[in-house]
Structures are given as C-alpha cells and as structure tokens.
Write a protein that binds this ligand. Structure first.
Ligand code: HMG
Ligand code: MG
Length: 301
C-alpha cells in the first residue's frame, strides 16, 4: 500500500547506467557476452533507457574497450533507448559507425577532474565537446550531457554552485536535451541538491546522478524530486564508480530507488523481482555481493 507525499511527480524516468558506469569500474574483465546479457535482462525487467557502454579511449578505460563488439552483438528491444558515452569526435565516429542514435557527453565542473578524466582544462573541454554536439545533432543523434563533481571534488574540495551552473548552462546551450548533475564522489546532501537545482533556469531539463559513497543518494533523490526533477540515474545492483576518481563508489542502486518510489506510489514500469535476480546473477559473476540494501534484503533466502 503506497503512502504518497505531496509535491512529487506521478511518474519518474530511470536512466539506467549499470552497464556503463557500473562495468567501467570493475577490476575483473567482464566478457562481452555477459555484458550483452546484462543489458538484455535490464530491458526485460522494464528499463526503457539503458546506457550501454562508452566510446572512450580503450587504454583509458580498458573495461569498455569492447564497445564496438558489444553493440554489434546486442539484441535490442523495441521501445528501449541505448545511449552511449562519447567524449570526442573520434568516439562519435565509432558510435555512428555502430548506428547509435543517442549519446552522452561528460564534462567536469572542476579544473582538476577535467584534467584527470579528459586530459583537458575546464575551458578546453568545450573545444572537444562543441564539434561533437554539432555533428551529432546534424546526424539526428540525441545528446545528453553530464557534469561531474557537482558537489565536491577530491582535490579541490566543495564545488561552488555558480561554477556548476556555468558549465551546465553552457552544455544545455549547445543543444543537449538533458543535463545530468553528477555527484561523482557522493558527498552531496539534500539541501545542497535543492540549492543547486534551483540555481538552474529549467529544472525540467535536469537529471540527477548520485554515487552513494556517503549513503546520501536516496535522501538526495527525494530532494531532487521535490525540486521538480523527474529523471533519476541509477545502476542495477548499485555497481559503479569512476576510474579517475578513486573516492567514487557505486551509484544509487536501481532497486533501492524502485523500493522508495513504489512506497511513494510513483510509477516506474520496472519489475523489482527481475532486477534483483539480475543483480544476484551479476554479483556471482563479479565475485562479490551487490552493495544494494534492497538486493541484500530481498535475496536472503
Ligand atoms: P587524449 O589522450 O587527450 O586523446 O585523451 P587525444 O585526443 O590526444 O588522442 C590521442 C590518440 O587517442 C589518438 O590516436 C586518437 O585517435 C585516439 P593517434 O592519432 O595518436 O593514433 N583516441 C581515441 N581512440 C578511440 N576512441 C576514442 C579516442 N579518442 C582519442 N574515443 C580522451 C582524451 C577524452 C579520449 C580520454 O581522456 C578518455 O578517453 N577519457 C575518458 C575517461 C572516462 O571514460 N572516464 C569515465 C567516464 S566519466 C564518469 O564516469 C562520470 C559520470 O558517471 C558522471 C559522474 O559520476 O559524475 C559520467
Ligand atoms: Mg557516475
């Protein structure tokens, strides 16, 4: 029996990042056929948007070096979108060759993370992204943008709200349909989330992307929903992290999110049982239990 709260949306889109954000950070090499099965199981559980992989430099993220092969073998389900991460024109070319129709670029709100993750500066990252967005849009490809380190950065400390807004509005101005606010190292708290969202011109074009390092992801999600955001990034099983920010741990687990939304009476279209059994299956293959509290609770036998 749901217990709704006032001021929340009736429907929420979950943007699933497990196959990309989750698997980019695994020390074990996950075979391409396991990745394909993972994505197919997520679609079967009702996911409508699954970020499938990254067309980044293969030596920077060897875990996803099989992106071309993965897309070649993936059995797509109709009505499901399979965006991929793309940093530059080389990555876009590879994605277009695979028939991709939706990409996500990923900028940094801080100078240090731009250097570590992109080998660029806060300003020069735009020299890389601008031609990617222009060419993608010309080719009829939808573009989402991330901005990372929105709340704090391991090297620079707390990130000023104005700095995030400056980078984020500029990305939206390029023609990206949505901006996902990344708490890469999970340090944000709910009041900070509200302040950041309110500092943007259009909350309806925002999504949130919380890593759960400090256990704040669900509380932060509720704050984001109250501030008008209706797209939440999550990773089935709570896997995730960023190889270029050691303090980044797993993403908000999709199962934990679905549990909370279901309790609030908010529709997601996802089958929680199928998500949990997918996470248990993947955890066995990865050789460690899922960090999701809901997966742990529901899989106790
Ligand atoms: P770079 O070394 O500056 O690249 O890396 P470059 O432009 O100087 O090119 C060097 C060589 O690499 C060239 O080859 C390029 O063709 C090749 P050469 O001409 O010398 O033979 N190259 C490529 N090859 C294949 N695919 C490509 C590609 N690009 C260049 N795409 C670059 C710059 C951006 C490529 C590199 O820094 C990179 O790949 N970074 C990605 C790091 C990454 O994936 N991090 C994790 C994702 S971000 C994240 O997780 C955060 C997020 O979840 C949100 C949050 O949590 O906050 C999204
Ligand atoms: Mg992330």
């Amino acid at each position: 029996m749901p217990y709704p709260m006032q001021g929340l949306p009736r429907q929420v889109s979950i943007y699933e990042v497990g196959p990309r954000d989750g698997l980019q950070n695994e020390s074990a090499v996950v075979p391409v056929e396991v990745k394909a099965e993972f994505i197919e199981r997520l679609a079967d559980a009702g996911h409508k948007i699954i970020e499938a992989t990254s067309f980044v430099h293969p030596t920077w993220v060897p875990q996803l070096a099989d992106a071309d092969e993965l897309l070649a073998r993936l059995r797509r389900k109709s009505g499901v979108r399979y965006p991929v991460l793309v940093p530059n024109e080389r990555g876009l070319g590879r994605a277009l060759d695979r028939g991709v129709d939706e990409i996500a670029i990923f900028a940094s709100a801080t100078e240090t993370f731009a250097a570590k993750n992109l080998n660029r500066g806060l300003e020069s990252q735009f020299d890389m992204f601008e031609p990617v967005v222009a060419r993608a849009l010309e080719s009829g490809v939808r573009v989402r943008a991330y901005v990372s380190m929105c709340f704090g950065d391991p090297w620079e400390g707390p990130t000023p709200v104005s700095q995030v807004v400056q980078v984020g509005e500029r990305l939206l101005g390029l023609g990206c349909y949505q901006l996902s606010l990344g708490d890469t190292i999970g340090v944000g708290t709910p009041g900070h989330v509200t302040a950041l969202i309110e500092a943007f011109r259009s909350p309806e074009r925002l999504a949130v992307h919380f890593h759960d390092t400090y256990g704040q992801a669900l509380g932060n999600t509720l704050a984001a929903l109250q501030a008008g955001v209706t797209t939440i990034d999550a990773s089935t099983g709570g896997i995730g992290g960023c190889p270029y920010a050691e303090s980044a741990t797993g993403n908000l687990a999709t199962e934990d999110l679905v549990w909370m939304l279901r309790g609030l009476g908010i529709e997601t279209g996802l089958d929680l049982g199928k998500l949990v059994s997918t996470s248990v299956w993947l955890a066995e293959l990865l050789g460690r239990p899922s960090p999701s509290r809901v997966v742990q609770a529901l899989s106790k036998g």
